[in-house]
Design a protein around this ligand. Structure first.
Ligand code: HEC
Ligand code: HEC
Ligand code: HEC
Ligand code: HEC
Ligand code: HEC
Ligand code: HEC
Length: 494
């Protein structure tokens, strides 16, 4: 019996062979990477991208090239000899070879699908991890990641606030994330990265997973420790009960900031800038459906402009806009360092000097760190030579502490600091609550959004100010209700 010569395999073509080569190499790599990923305690973000995104893509491309090459080869042969090769392949299950091929393909397919399910779950987990969000884009998110790690939410994942539960927002975030990845690679991203207010998921669906307003109650004691810009860095402590309040109507006492703002009332407003610092118009719909509109006395918006402007329903993030990316001002950061002893408060004018070097403009973080290393010792050597001799260690300690502060609060490479991302929670170094509570937002019947110093907090008497329970300003600046604190307290020096 003569057997017809064995036909040349379809996979004997350049594309399929190259594809097979790529797939084999990718598979070997993938195995090695998975092994590394599994055995190393903290894998770095690039490893994750390589293991769960890039290597599988290359593997799949290799397999596709292998199959594609075979199909092309088949078409080529059919075109050369149309009669010889039928349109569809013969599959004869009586042949052992065919059975082996089908069985091994099925096993391969099951293995591959399982692997890719695990792989895509890993890719999903990985692209939702804080390490990916915070460091994969390297310097772009450094400010957000640095501030986050020092915040009360350091153990709440980025995804907890930026994505939240459910599939819809997950897909949205990955789509916009792909564009962001592209813009990082193409260096097209804006500096600083704008705050995503309008694309941020509504706070009810994120924050309220963990905090819900009906559970707030009472007041919160907060202590603010300040140091003056004078020679002795005079301390001034402000202790106050902040009337956080709230409570569900069923839970008894209903009062305070959260109750008025979030639970009882629906507040809508118009802002004329992206950072929402200028708010010319506010509307309140109270529990009973009564509507009051307030307009800023100095607003130049016409009724037509008001009607067409974008309105935003106020939620948690309008006050808590920096729950985790807290860019402290030099003033505040130095106060904390003096209070905790990181900077020695017996050094004359140390508050003033620290804030001055921290608030100055620099090209880069390295330039700043070097400048600080020279400026602080030089100041004491020149102005207080005796103290410099006696307290060299303290001066050196202060210098290091100031450098650390710089790295934590200023990001010249991304142009981010307390001025580009103001905190809206109070009213000290930015307008915050006074954006609306300024006695200047007036309704038609003459009602004002109040700047009364008692509606939001009660000052407790401090040890230095006798028994008075109102806040007394250290220097006389007249009626406090008539000024904005942030006009003078800029956060960057007096
Ligand atoms: C507790 C909730 C929360 C967590 C956790 C969180 N963010 Fe945010 N993030 C916000 C809010 C709220 C804003 C918007 C602020 C605004 O609109 O004014 C924001 C804004 C941002 C911005 C825009 C720039 C800016 O600073 O306003 C970036 C970038 C960002 N977050 C990245 C991250 C990364 C990376 C992580 C994890 C390391 C993270 N976020 C974790 C709440 C959070
Ligand atoms: C996954 C849960 C989770 C989510 C989501 C979350 N938080 Fe928190 N939040 C926490 C935890 C945990 C703390 C720390 C409590 C503590 O330290 O006692 C906290 C603390 C806070 C505090 C008190 C901070 C302080 O200085 O003590 C505020 C204010 C706050 N969160 C607001 C928000 C806002 C606004 C959002 C939405 C943008 C949000 N949180 C989203 C879990 C969460
Ligand atoms: C007209 C400018 C001006 C305004 C407006 C102003 N302050 Fe001051 N404030 C000062 C000066 C000047 C000092 C003393 C500076 C120093 O030697 O440290 C001071 C000191 C303070 C201190 C003591 C800590 C420190 O830095 O010395 C606190 C707290 C303070 N102010 C709070 C407020 C608050 C709250 C408001 C808004 C209600 C406000 N200030 C409005 C000018 C102002
Ligand atoms: C009108 C502004 C405003 C709005 C809106 C607001 N808060 Fe607050 N919240 C405050 C202030 C002010 C404090 C006092 C804390 C401080 O001064 O550090 C506070 C405190 C908190 C605290 C810590 C204290 C506590 O009682 O546990 C949490 C948590 C919190 N808010 C969550 C939320 C959430 C969640 C929302 C949205 C449902 C929200 N807040 C809406 C102003 C606001
Ligand atoms: C977008 C404008 C806006 C901002 C920003 C704002 N508020 Fe209000 N607030 C209002 C309006 C409007 C009312 C209700 C006035 C009324 O009774 O009609 C109100 C009422 C209140 C009340 C009840 C006042 C009373 O008379 O009992 C408290 C407390 C309060 N706000 C606290 C705060 C705090 C704290 C902040 C800053 C963290 C803040 N608000 C920021 C608009 C604002
Ligand atoms: C609409 C609410 C509201 C009104 C009105 C208000 N405050 Fe405040 N104030 C706050 C909140 C909220 C904080 C806490 C900010 C924080 O947690 O960082 C605060 C903080 C302060 C502090 C401590 C700031 C610091 O950093 O040391 C002082 C002092 C103060 N207020 C004085 C005043 C005086 C004086 C007035 C009257 C002109 C006034 N406040 C009116 C909401 C208000």
């Amino acid at each position: 019996m003569t057997e017809s010569p064995k036909p040349v395999r379809l996979s004997r073509n350049l594309i399929s062979e190259a594809g097979l080569g790529i797939a084999v190499v990718a598979l070997a790599n993938l195995g090695f990477l998975i092994y590394l990923d599994a055995t190393r305690a903290n894998s770095n973000p690039y490893m994750g991208i390589l293991t769960w995104i890039i290597a599988p893509i290359i593997l799949i491309l290799g397999i596709l090239a292998y199959i594609g090459g075979m199909l092309l080869e088949r078409r080529r042969r059919r075109r050369r000899a149309p009669g010889d090769i039928p349109q569809y392949p013969h599959i004869d299950l009586n042949e052992r070879r065919t059975r082996v091929i089908i069985a091994s393909t099925a096993v391969g397919l099951i293995l591959f699908v399982t692997m890719s399910v695990i792989g895509s779950y890993q890719a999903y987990r990985y692209t939702d991890s804080d390490a990916f969000c915070g460091t994969a884009c390297h310097k772009v998110m450094t400010p957000e990641y640095t501030a986050y790690q020092a915040s009360p939410h350091a153990h709440v994942g980025c995804a907890g606030c930026h994505i939240g539960p459910g599939a819809g927002w997950f897909v949205r975030s990955k789509l916009s994330g792909s564009y962001q990845l592209y813009s990082v690679i193409a260096h097209k991203y804006p500096r600083p990265i704008p705050s995503p207010v309008e694309s941020l998921r509504p706070a009810q669906e994120t924050c309220e997973q963990c905090h819900w307003p009906a559970k707030f109650f009472g007041a919160q004691l907060k202590v603010f420790d300040h140091y003056a810009y004078d020679e002795t860095n005079t301390p001034k402590e402000v202790r106050m009960l902040i009337k956080t309040g709230g409570g569900g109507a069923s839970g008894g006492q209903t009062s305070g900031i959260h109750w008025h703002m979030n639970i009882a009332n629906e507040i809508t407003y118009i802002a004329t800038d992206r950072q929402r610092q200028v708010i010319p118009w506010v509307r309140v719909k109270d529990r009973n459906g009564k509507v009051t509109e307030y307009k800023a006395a100095d607003s130049k918006l016409t009724d037509a402009q008001l009607a067409t402007a974008t309105k935003r329903r106020m939620d948690c993030v309008d006050c808590h806009n920096r729950p985790t990316h807290i860019y402290r001002s030099p003033d505040r950061a130095v106060d904390t360092a003096l209070f905790t002893g990181k900077i020695d408060s017996t050094l004359p004018f140390i508050k003033q000097q620290s804030v001055a070097v921290l608030a100055a403009e620099y090209e880069s973080t390295d330039a700043a760190v070097n400048a600080i290393a020279k400026a602080i010792p030089a100041y004491y050597e020149k102005t207080y030579p005796d103290i410099y001799k006696a307290k060299r260690a303290q001066v050196a300690g202060a210098t290091t502490a100031i450098q650390d502060i710089f790295r934590a609060i200023r990001f010249p490479e991304m142009r981010v600091d307390w001025r580009t991302h103001p905190d809206n929670l109070g009213h000290f170094a930015s307008m915050g609550c006074f954006r609306c509570h300024d006695d200047q937002h007036v309704s038609k019947d003459g009602k004002k959004i109040s700047k009364d110093c008692q509606i939001c907090h009660t000052v407790l008497p401090d040890a230095t100010a006798g028994a008075s329970a109102v806040f007394t300003h250290p220097v006389d600046i007249g009626d406090l209700r008539g000024v904005n604190c942030s006009d003078c307290h800029t956060g960057g020096g007096m």
